[in-house]
Structure formats: C-alpha cells, structure tokens
Design a binder for this molecule. Sequence first.
Ligand code: ZN
Length: 869
Amino acid sequence: MNIAANPVVEADQTVYLKDYEKPSFLVDSINLDIQVHSDYTQVNTTLVMQRQTSGNLVLLGRDLELKSILLNGTILSESEYTLDAEQLVISNAPDHVILETKVIIHPESNTQLEGLYQAGSDLFVTQNEPEGFRKITFYPDRPDVLSVFTTRVEADKKFPVLLANGNLMEAGEVGEGRHYTIWEDPTHKPSYLFACVIGDLAVLKDSYVTSEGRNVALEIYAVEKDIPKCHIAMEALKHSMRWDEEHYGRPYDLDNYMIVATSQFNMGAMENKGLNIFNTSCVLADEEYTTDAAIMRVQSVIAHEYFHNWTGNRITCRDWFQLCLKEGLTVFRDQSFSEDLQSAAVQRIDDVAVLKAHQFPEDSGPLSHPPRPDHFVEINNFYTATVYEKGAEINRMMATLLGKEKFRKGTDEYFQRHDGQAVTVEDWVSALTVGSGIDLSVFLIWYNQPGTPKLEANGEYDAAKQTYCLSFKQSLKAHPKYPNLKAVPIPIALALFNAETGEQYTLQSEALFKNTVKDGMYLFDQNEATIEFSGITAKPVVSLLRNFSAPVNLDFNYSDEELAFLIQFETNGFNQWQATQTLLERILLQGHDANIYVQAIKNTLPDLVEKDPLLASRLFDVPTEGYLGSRIDSDYSPIVIQEQRDALIYTLARALGSFCQETYLSLDPDLQKEFSQAMGVRALKNIMLNMMARQGDIAAFELAFEQYKNTGNMSERLGALKVLVWNDAPQASDALADFYNRFKDEALSLDQWFMVQAAHPKATVESIHYLTSHPDYDLTTPNRIRAVSGGLNTHPVNTWSFGVQHFIDLAKYLDEKNPIVGSRLLQVLSRWYTLAEPQRTQVKTALEALKSQVKSKNVVETLNSMLSV
Ligand code: ZN
C-alpha cells in the first residue's frame, strides 16, 4: 500500500493563471462514508464521473493512505495508475467512470487545521478552502468541479453531534456504541465547500421564514457553557438573511443553516454550504466576556459568511486566481451591512483604517500583488488584505459610480447569468456592465495590477473670474514583475466649501463619464487632467475623496487651517476624521503646532458627542506606530517614531487639560438606548481616561481601577486594564491577577489577558517569555498565538528588536505544525528592508538563516518573496 510522503518544495512549483485548463472529468455525484475512530479515520468514497476533455483522470490527494481502488467495479493494480505525494493519475480511463476508493487519514494528529482535524478532545471539524479536501479523499479538488454530495458520518456515541452539508436523511446505530447520520446536499458545490462535524456540542435553535416563504431551521453549535454567548450571532444571522433579500433580492435556498464554533481555527470563519464553521472569536459575543469591537466583528463575520451563500457558493470561482471575485464582493457586502448597524461614517473609518494599516503597506513591499494575481506557489498565501480589502474597494468604486439602482441592475444580471457556475472576474464586470448599461471594463485594470496609486491634486482659485481649478495627476511605483502599469479609473467624490461661511457649494455638470463632475463625483481616468468650477464666490476649501471614494494615496497641499476647517465643517464624517489624521500626522512627524487641532476638536466635540459619540471618539485616533512606520520606506527608526508619537499624546493630553476629566465624568454609557451609542460613549471614556493618565494624574489610576472593578462590561474592564498596565500604575498587577482569576476558563477573554501584557510598550524578551511559557499558552491554538504575537507587534520597536527572533522561531516551528499560520506570522517582518542600519542587515541575516530550515510551500514562498527586494 502507498503512503504519500510529505511534500517538499521543488525547483519551480509556480502555477500560472495563463495555464488554466478545463478539468478532464466532471463529477456527477460523490458519496462519502467517513468513519471516525480514536486513532484513525476511514474514508470510503464513490465518484461518478464523466469525461469532458481528452487527458488523464487526475485525482488530487495529500497525506492519504490508500487502501483500495476500484474502477467500474474492477480493482486497479498499481501499474494502472501513478501515485505521488500530490496526486493519483489514471491514464486511459474510459469516458464513464465509477471510482471507489478507501483511504485512512489521521485527523487526531492533524495540527495543520486543514482537511478533517480534531479540535480539542470533543470535536472534529473540517477546513477545506482552498485545498483541504484532498486531505480527506482523492478528488479533482478544484473549484470548477461541482458535484452533488451525499455524506455518511459514523463515530462513537460519545460524539452525539454528527453533521454534514444539506438535509439529514437518516440516523441510526451501528453497534459497539457507535452511531451514524446520512446527509444529502441538493446543491452542486465545489469540494472546498464540503464540511462535516463530529462532536459533543450543545445547540441554540431558531428559525427564519424567507421572502419566498421557505421555513429555515437555524442552529448554532457550541460547547454548552458558550450557548448563552450565541444570541447576538443568531440575531445577526437573521438580520443578514433579511438584509440580503432587501438589498440584493437574494433569499436563502436550503431548509437549514448551521453554524459550528470551534476554538481551534486558522482564520475567522468558513462559508461551507449550509454548515459554516467559525472560530469562536467570530461567533461568541457577550458584553461580559468580549469587547464591543469583538461584538461588531461577530456580526460582520456572520453576515460575511452568510452572504457567501450567493457570492461564493451559488456562484463560485473558476480557479483560485479569481479568489477576489468572491472575497472582494462579499467583503464589500458585509461592510455595507455593518454600515447599517452603527455609525456609517465610523464603519467606513474602520474599514479604511484596516486598508491603510495592512493593504497599503503590503502593496508597497515585496509581497505586493494584484487583487487577482497571475501566479502563485501556495494559494493559502493569497488570502491577503489585497485580495479581500482592495478587492472590496474595487467593488465599492464601481457601486459608487453606478449608484444604488444601476448597481442593483448589474448584480441582478450577475445572479441571473451565472447562478450555479464557476466564473471569473471578467464575468462579474461584464454582467455589471450589461445590467447597468454602463461600461465598467476599464475597472479590470484595478484587478490586474499591483500598487497603490498616488493621486496628486492641486487647486487654484481665481478671485477675479470666480473660478476654481483642480488638476489631478496619477502615478504608480514601478513593479519588477508587472512592467506595463496603466492609469486606473479613480472616482473622486468631492465637495467645495465656502471658507468664510462654512457652507457647501452646489456643484453641477452634465455627464458622468466625461471630464466633469456629477453629484459631487468626478471620474479621473487619465494620467493628468484639470477640471474647473465657476461661480465660486469666495476662496473655497476643497474636500477630496469623500468617504474614501478610491483606494489611493492622496497628496494635496492643505494648510493646517484648512484641515481644522474640515474637522469642523465637513459634513462627511469620514473626511472629517481624515482631516484629523492628516493634521495629527503633521504635528507628529513635522512638528506642527498641536493647538490648532485641539481647538478644532474642542469646537466640534460637544455637538458631536450628542449626535455620534462613536465618531467623536474616533477624532482622537492617533495614527499607530505601525501605520506611521509603514509610511516610511527607508532609514526607518521605530524608536524615533515611538518617541514622537508619545510626545504627541503627551502634548495633546496637556492641551486638553481639564476637558478630559470633565468629559469622562459627564458620560454614562448606561443612559444610551442603542448599543452603538453606548459603544461610542465607552470608547470616548476610555480615551479620556488614558489622556488623564498621560497627564500624570495619579487620580486617573484610581478612576481606572474603580472602572475596572465596578463594571460588568468587557470594553470598560479591558479599557481600564490597559490604562493601568500600559502606564505602569501601582494597581496594574492586582488588576491583572483579578482578570486572570475571573476569566481563566474563558479562552477568548484570556486571550485579552495575554494580549494586554504582550502589548506593553516596554515589553521585553523576559516578559514575552513569561507569557509563552505560561501553562495557558498553547501552540496548537492559533488564537492564543495571535494574542501574544499580535500584542507584541503593537509596538514595532519591540517587533524589530527581540521580536525578530520571536517571529522567526514561530515560523520555524509552525513550518511543519501549521504552515498557514506560520507563513502569516512571518509576514510581520516583511518590511525589514525599510529599517535603518544596523537593524536592516541584522534582520536580513536572520531571515536568510531561516531559509535552510523551512520546508513548507507556505513559509518558503513567503520567505523568498520577502527576501526578493
Ligand atoms: Zn470570505
């Protein structure tokens, strides 16, 4: 019998988009029988296949122990097929094939959390996107092979829950304390959407009636003690179902929808057809145990995975190069959903902050790639901010340009044309074009080339003619692998304000796709262009890229006074915030006067706190050390940035003076009716508390400790804990000890305990070692690893000193144990080349030394790209 060896990265394993070929066989149906035992699992599979093109019958399989193989009822001898570490190939197969295989797999020792794996003592789950199914059975494991799945799951009765996709057809006992279920999924689906779950879990049940009158049973599975924390997710699920009907005309199509929570998961969640599997961090939501930010994230991930049912599942990707087709569109949809849950401006601020903090740096460094890459070695390395976040921005640009009605016509056309198919980015843009009647094909450029465009703008006012001229120029940094960079279409949402009255000018023009402005929107699609506005009676203040209408780096020579003006008079909340960010960056990096910011804030805040407390709190966002560092391309000194940033916060804290305590004491989240308002009030209070601590006010620590002790709300408790720990308050160790005792059995809360300590600005090798050698630290649980590593990386000054060894050691260890997570964590070091010497060379040497010590495609590809600058 054959045991497939571990894959080793060979010379060139690059896959190219241009080499795409249709599958030689399609699968009419697949019958799976999965028998889980404590030390092995047997998988018996029957595939009914039809030839589509000439060519070999290729079945992908990895780490499978092949026990037997029958083709049309006859045993295949070893000479009739070839088998290597990645595939089983049968040449000369007939046109109609019934293939029966039996394999043994080992979920109990699968630490990679890919395929079928054991997640704790009471649970087995699957993660098959993108290429995990081949670790369960031999199969043409590619997204353009869609089939109908029937699944039998058998296990010991100590696992009462046996789930798979679709409808439950049968359940029964098989003796020896074992039982089984049989599930049939009526929808054609690719193998990456297959899921099964075997475990001892409790369930929260509800139901939903679709716009078509279908009654859908809703179930969320989790360990018993976590069931009370599943209600917010359940409400979010029902809300998402209604939202997709109302906004996209998309009702749900099965009789059940199940969600299973596991604490061991490589990412956030997975949209398996009718059987989502979620990281607990994206399902469990409860004011006592999780923060407001986590609660918002739960709602958005629930929506994200639900929305995939149409954008991803019913219409899927032809190949993995098209990943951003489903992810970019689904992220755009979940962002729009979340804009309805809270202050829309703040949702946009948060989404753009993520884009700028992760995608912009990624796109300016060695890991830069187009939203739709044209080659890869390991597709798992391409679940990136560029594919997800920039992908979402491209859809947003097209949606903004079309407006609600036309965009809906475009998406209707897409669903009508391609339901049940595996398609490409071109298919999507073409459906939008035909449905809306507006040619969007020029947006394909965004999908196909890397880099963040720089948008330079210049304004000139002519008082005599009462005209205002705006000229634009776009450019992209040269990219070694993509030599023919083109100008992209950039929708620029803009407004002009009368600098004397604060009023907004009404802008007029004829057509959308001309060199003109309509509804405050100008489509700039050349290298350079100038537009002119007339009837401008006084010198205007221009607000550009309102709501961040395009993912570009804007360069406009604002004066500090104009920025202060925008903080007070801009009616678009996003641009109001953007003005604070630009102004703060100047104060921080160029030593401009902080008072102008403080004055603008003081003028703006009282009204805003009433209207939108969450937005009010965001106006105090000081760009993070990480973000500031990512804007520096050479001779970067993390310590200098940290000192400048600290100095700024100190200056602001002093300049705000008694305002901080007054604001803190005047706010009460319990008086707010809506969650999102209360969340805003809590955020603002925590900021004020921190500012008071920065003023050196000992009383602030007392207040913080009171807040810590007297609340039942995690955002308040954690906010206070951070103030105490990060400012080395005398109460810090008591609070930490209390937090540990209170939450030691609550994994997600305990993650925060690890994170807070790892994120101490003065963390050291020793303090990190204390955490990583703590009995509750666990290298088999990605959430715990991320809590410490993510915390550490809050301060680049730590990342780039002792953190380098921390991340390299992790990558080395995870290279074998969990390469998906190993590769991710290594990427933290991708901007090593921007460091000032001698750090630059030190990190480079350490990375080069890692090369000979890693084997997985994931880590090797990442490391090679990182060193290719
Ligand atoms: Zn997704």
